[in-house]
Write a protein that binds this ligand. Sequence first.
Ligand SMILES: C[S@@+](CC[C@H](N)C(=O)[O-])C[C@H]1O[C@@H](n2cnc3c(N)ncnc32)[C@H](O)[C@@H]1O
Length: 254
Amino acid sequence: MTNPSTAELYDGAADTWVRTEPVLLSDYTARPFVLERAGELEGARVLDLGCGEGYVSRQLAARAPARLLSVDISSGMIDLARAAEAAAPLGIDYRVASATELDLEEEFDLVLAVFLFNYLSCDEMCAVLKKVHDHLAPGGRFLFTAPHPAFPFLDRPAEPPFFFDTEGLDYFSARDRQLEGRIWRRDGESVPVRCVHKPMDEYSRALEQAGFTKAPRVTELTVTAEHLELDPEFFGPLRGLPLHVAFEVTRARD
Ligand SMILES: C[S@@+](CC[C@H](N)C(=O)[O-])C[C@H]1O[C@@H](n2cnc3c(N)ncnc32)[C@H](O)[C@@H]1O
Protein backbone atom coordinates (compact mmCIF):
# COMPACT_ATOMS: atom_id res chain seq x y z
CA MET A 1 0.00 0.00 0.00
CA THR A 2 1.46 3.40 -0.93
CA ASN A 3 1.55 6.22 1.60
CA PRO A 4 -0.84 9.12 1.05
CA SER A 5 0.60 12.37 -0.29
CA THR A 6 1.18 15.08 2.32
CA ALA A 7 -1.89 17.00 1.12
CA GLU A 8 -4.01 13.81 1.41
CA LEU A 9 -2.56 13.06 4.85
CA TYR A 10 -3.53 16.51 6.14
CA ASP A 11 -6.84 16.77 4.29
CA GLY A 12 -7.79 13.49 6.01
CA ALA A 13 -6.64 14.50 9.50
CA ALA A 14 -7.49 18.23 9.34
CA ASP A 15 -10.29 18.05 11.93
CA THR A 16 -7.99 16.58 14.58
CA TRP A 17 -5.54 19.51 14.13
CA VAL A 18 -8.12 22.19 14.96
CA ARG A 19 -7.40 23.84 18.29
CA THR A 20 -7.66 27.18 20.03
CA GLU A 21 -5.41 26.31 22.96
CA PRO A 22 -2.51 23.87 23.53
CA VAL A 23 -3.61 20.28 22.91
CA LEU A 24 -0.89 18.47 20.95
CA LEU A 25 2.40 17.47 22.55
CA SER A 26 4.28 20.01 20.38
CA ASP A 27 1.82 22.77 21.38
CA TYR A 28 3.60 22.52 24.73
CA THR A 29 7.10 21.44 23.78
CA ALA A 30 7.78 23.54 20.63
CA ARG A 31 5.24 26.20 19.63
CA PRO A 32 5.52 28.37 22.79
CA PHE A 33 9.26 28.67 22.09
CA VAL A 34 8.61 29.71 18.47
CA LEU A 35 6.03 32.27 19.54
CA GLU A 36 8.36 33.70 22.15
CA ARG A 37 11.22 34.03 19.64
CA ALA A 38 8.87 35.63 17.07
CA GLY A 39 8.70 38.60 19.43
CA GLU A 40 6.95 41.92 18.80
CA LEU A 41 5.41 42.08 15.33
CA GLU A 42 3.62 45.42 15.15
CA GLY A 43 3.92 46.70 11.58
CA ALA A 44 5.99 43.67 10.46
CA ARG A 45 5.50 41.68 7.27
CA VAL A 46 5.20 38.00 8.22
CA LEU A 47 5.01 34.75 6.22
CA ASP A 48 3.92 31.45 7.86
CA LEU A 49 4.88 28.51 5.62
CA GLY A 50 3.02 25.23 6.27
CA CYS A 51 0.56 27.12 8.48
CA GLY A 52 -1.90 24.22 8.87
CA GLU A 53 -5.28 25.26 10.24
CA GLY A 54 -3.75 28.52 11.51
CA TYR A 55 -2.97 27.81 15.17
CA VAL A 56 0.36 29.69 15.08
CA SER A 57 -0.78 32.29 12.50
CA ARG A 58 -3.69 33.39 14.69
CA GLN A 59 -1.34 34.01 17.61
CA LEU A 60 1.00 35.99 15.36
CA ALA A 61 -1.91 38.02 13.97
CA ALA A 62 -2.85 39.10 17.48
CA ARG A 63 0.50 40.99 17.58
CA ALA A 64 -0.67 43.43 14.87
CA PRO A 65 1.67 42.69 11.95
CA ALA A 66 1.11 44.89 8.89
CA ARG A 67 0.81 41.77 6.70
CA LEU A 68 0.45 38.07 7.45
CA LEU A 69 0.51 35.60 4.58
CA SER A 70 -0.09 32.00 5.62
CA VAL A 71 0.39 29.15 3.17
CA ASP A 72 -0.33 25.43 3.27
CA ILE A 73 -0.42 22.61 0.71
CA SER A 74 -3.56 21.07 2.27
CA SER A 75 -6.83 22.62 1.12
CA GLY A 76 -8.55 20.87 4.07
CA MET A 77 -6.33 22.69 6.54
CA ILE A 78 -6.75 26.03 4.74
CA ASP A 79 -10.55 25.60 4.62
CA LEU A 80 -10.54 25.29 8.42
CA ALA A 81 -8.15 28.25 8.76
CA ARG A 82 -10.42 30.38 6.56
CA ALA A 83 -13.49 29.31 8.55
CA ALA A 84 -11.78 30.53 11.75
CA GLU A 85 -10.82 33.77 9.97
CA ALA A 86 -14.44 34.27 8.82
CA ALA A 87 -15.73 33.68 12.37
CA ALA A 88 -13.20 36.04 14.00
CA PRO A 89 -11.34 38.12 11.39
CA LEU A 90 -7.67 38.81 12.13
CA GLY A 91 -6.60 39.94 8.66
CA ILE A 92 -4.72 36.73 7.80
CA ASP A 93 -4.29 36.07 4.08
CA TYR A 94 -4.50 32.28 3.65
CA ARG A 95 -3.33 30.60 0.46
CA VAL A 96 -3.32 26.96 -0.72
CA ALA A 97 0.11 26.33 -2.27
CA SER A 98 3.19 24.21 -1.87
CA ALA A 99 6.10 26.04 -0.29
CA THR A 100 8.23 24.47 -3.02
CA GLU A 101 6.25 26.16 -5.81
CA LEU A 102 5.16 29.35 -4.11
CA ASP A 103 5.46 32.54 -6.17
CA LEU A 104 6.45 35.41 -3.92
CA GLU A 105 6.68 39.00 -5.05
CA GLU A 106 7.07 40.70 -1.68
CA GLU A 107 9.60 40.95 1.13
CA PHE A 108 9.11 39.76 4.71
CA ASP A 109 10.61 40.75 8.06
CA LEU A 110 9.87 37.36 9.61
CA VAL A 111 9.27 33.97 8.03
CA LEU A 112 8.18 30.91 10.03
CA ALA A 113 8.01 27.26 9.09
CA VAL A 114 6.75 25.29 12.08
CA PHE A 115 7.26 21.58 11.30
CA LEU A 116 7.23 22.06 7.52
CA PHE A 117 10.68 20.80 6.52
CA ASN A 118 10.02 17.31 7.84
CA TYR A 119 7.63 16.96 4.88
CA LEU A 120 10.21 18.03 2.28
CA SER A 121 13.15 16.17 0.74
CA CYS A 122 16.64 17.56 1.31
CA ASP A 123 16.62 19.12 -2.18
CA GLU A 124 13.16 20.63 -1.64
CA MET A 125 14.25 22.09 1.70
CA CYS A 126 17.31 23.67 0.01
CA ALA A 127 15.08 25.27 -2.63
CA VAL A 128 12.67 26.65 0.00
CA LEU A 129 15.54 27.98 2.12
CA LYS A 130 16.90 29.83 -0.93
CA LYS A 131 13.46 31.28 -1.66
CA VAL A 132 13.04 32.39 1.95
CA HIS A 133 16.50 33.95 1.99
CA ASP A 134 15.80 35.87 -1.21
CA HIS A 135 12.45 37.19 0.11
CA LEU A 136 13.64 38.24 3.54
CA ALA A 137 14.34 41.92 4.04
CA PRO A 138 17.95 42.61 5.07
CA GLY A 139 18.08 41.89 8.80
CA GLY A 140 14.90 39.79 8.53
CA ARG A 141 14.63 36.51 10.43
CA PHE A 142 13.65 32.96 9.54
CA LEU A 143 12.48 30.75 12.38
CA PHE A 144 11.76 27.07 11.79
CA THR A 145 11.32 23.86 13.75
CA ALA A 146 11.70 20.19 12.90
CA PRO A 147 11.60 16.94 14.83
CA HIS A 148 15.01 16.51 16.46
CA PRO A 149 17.01 14.34 14.02
CA ALA A 150 18.17 12.06 16.84
CA PHE A 151 14.65 11.42 18.15
CA PRO A 152 13.53 8.66 15.72
CA PHE A 153 16.70 6.68 16.48
CA LEU A 154 16.48 6.64 20.26
CA ASP A 155 15.87 3.18 21.67
CA ARG A 156 12.27 3.67 22.70
CA PRO A 157 9.04 1.85 21.75
CA ALA A 158 6.67 3.08 19.03
CA GLU A 159 4.10 4.39 21.48
CA PRO A 160 2.49 7.59 22.84
CA PRO A 161 2.99 10.43 23.02
CA PHE A 162 5.33 10.61 19.97
CA PHE A 163 7.21 8.24 17.70
CA PHE A 164 8.55 7.66 14.19
CA ASP A 165 8.97 4.23 12.62
CA THR A 166 12.60 3.93 11.45
CA GLU A 167 12.10 0.61 9.59
CA GLY A 168 15.55 -0.65 10.60
CA LEU A 169 17.35 2.43 9.26
CA ASP A 170 19.99 4.28 11.24
CA TYR A 171 20.71 7.99 11.75
CA PHE A 172 22.88 8.23 8.62
CA SER A 173 21.33 5.66 6.27
CA ALA A 174 17.90 7.26 6.81
CA ARG A 175 19.01 10.55 5.18
CA ASP A 176 16.21 11.76 2.87
CA ARG A 177 14.04 8.73 3.74
CA GLN A 178 10.44 9.29 4.76
CA LEU A 179 9.60 8.01 8.25
CA GLU A 180 5.95 7.70 9.30
CA GLY A 181 4.92 8.53 12.84
CA ARG A 182 2.25 9.80 15.21
CA ILE A 183 2.02 12.57 17.74
CA TRP A 184 -0.59 12.58 20.50
CA ARG A 185 -2.95 15.14 21.96
CA ARG A 186 -3.50 15.30 25.69
CA ASP A 187 -7.08 14.16 25.24
CA GLY A 188 -5.81 10.80 23.92
CA GLU A 189 -6.37 11.46 20.19
CA SER A 190 -3.39 11.28 17.86
CA VAL A 191 -2.52 12.67 14.44
CA PRO A 192 -0.32 11.11 11.75
CA VAL A 193 2.97 12.91 11.11
CA ARG A 194 5.96 12.14 8.92
CA CYS A 195 9.59 13.04 8.82
CA VAL A 196 11.85 13.07 5.79
CA HIS A 197 14.97 12.53 7.86
CA LYS A 198 17.80 15.05 7.75
CA PRO A 199 20.91 14.55 9.87
CA MET A 200 21.87 17.71 11.76
CA ASP A 201 24.64 18.71 9.33
CA GLU A 202 22.12 18.78 6.46
CA TYR A 203 20.53 21.89 7.97
CA SER A 204 23.80 23.84 8.30
CA ARG A 205 24.87 22.83 4.78
CA ALA A 206 21.51 23.84 3.28
CA LEU A 207 21.37 27.15 5.17
CA GLU A 208 24.83 28.08 3.94
CA GLN A 209 23.96 27.11 0.35
CA ALA A 210 20.82 29.24 0.54
CA GLY A 211 22.93 32.32 1.33
CA PHE A 212 22.57 32.56 5.12
CA THR A 213 26.07 33.61 6.07
CA LYS A 214 25.57 34.01 9.82
CA ALA A 215 25.56 30.89 12.02
CA PRO A 216 22.02 29.86 13.02
CA ARG A 217 20.85 29.96 16.61
CA VAL A 218 19.99 26.30 17.30
CA THR A 219 17.82 25.26 20.25
CA GLU A 220 17.05 21.65 21.19
CA LEU A 221 13.62 21.32 22.78
CA THR A 222 12.35 18.78 25.29
CA VAL A 223 9.79 18.44 28.08
CA THR A 224 10.34 20.80 30.99
CA ALA A 225 9.71 20.58 34.72
CA GLU A 226 6.50 22.61 34.16
CA HIS A 227 5.22 20.04 31.65
CA LEU A 228 5.94 17.20 34.06
CA GLU A 229 4.16 19.00 36.84
CA LEU A 230 1.14 19.71 34.62
CA ASP A 231 0.68 16.14 33.36
CA PRO A 232 3.33 13.59 34.44
CA GLU A 233 1.56 10.69 32.77
CA PHE A 234 1.46 12.37 29.34
CA PHE A 235 4.89 14.04 29.28
CA GLY A 236 6.77 11.54 31.50
CA PRO A 237 7.71 9.01 28.75
CA LEU A 238 9.67 11.74 26.94
CA ARG A 239 11.54 13.16 29.93
CA GLY A 240 15.13 14.04 29.00
CA LEU A 241 14.80 13.19 25.29
CA PRO A 242 15.61 15.59 22.41
CA LEU A 243 12.17 16.05 20.79
CA HIS A 244 12.42 19.03 18.45
CA VAL A 245 15.00 21.45 17.15
CA ALA A 246 14.44 25.15 16.43
CA PHE A 247 16.62 27.17 14.05
CA GLU A 248 16.71 30.94 13.84
CA VAL A 249 18.69 32.64 11.08
CA THR A 250 18.99 36.24 10.03
CA ARG A 251 19.53 37.56 6.52
CA ALA A 252 22.67 39.66 6.54
CA ARG A 253 22.29 43.38 5.89
CA ASP A 254 23.96 43.80 2.50
C1 LIG B 1 2.88 19.38 11.42
S1 LIG B 1 1.79 20.39 10.51
C2 LIG B 1 2.11 21.97 11.27
C3 LIG B 1 1.06 23.00 10.96
C4 LIG B 1 1.33 24.37 11.60
N1 LIG B 1 2.60 24.93 11.18
C5 LIG B 1 1.29 24.30 13.11
O1 LIG B 1 2.33 24.48 13.73
O2 LIG B 1 0.20 24.05 13.66
C6 LIG B 1 2.65 20.53 8.97
C7 LIG B 1 1.91 21.32 7.92
O3 LIG B 1 2.78 21.48 6.78
C8 LIG B 1 1.98 21.40 5.62
N2 LIG B 1 2.84 21.09 4.47
C9 LIG B 1 3.52 19.95 4.23
N3 LIG B 1 4.20 20.05 3.07
C10 LIG B 1 3.96 21.29 2.59
C11 LIG B 1 4.39 21.99 1.44
N4 LIG B 1 5.19 21.43 0.53
N5 LIG B 1 3.97 23.26 1.26
C12 LIG B 1 3.12 23.85 2.16
N6 LIG B 1 2.67 23.21 3.26
C13 LIG B 1 3.08 21.95 3.48
C14 LIG B 1 0.98 20.31 5.94
O4 LIG B 1 -0.15 20.33 5.07
C15 LIG B 1 0.65 20.64 7.40
O5 LIG B 1 -0.45 21.52 7.50
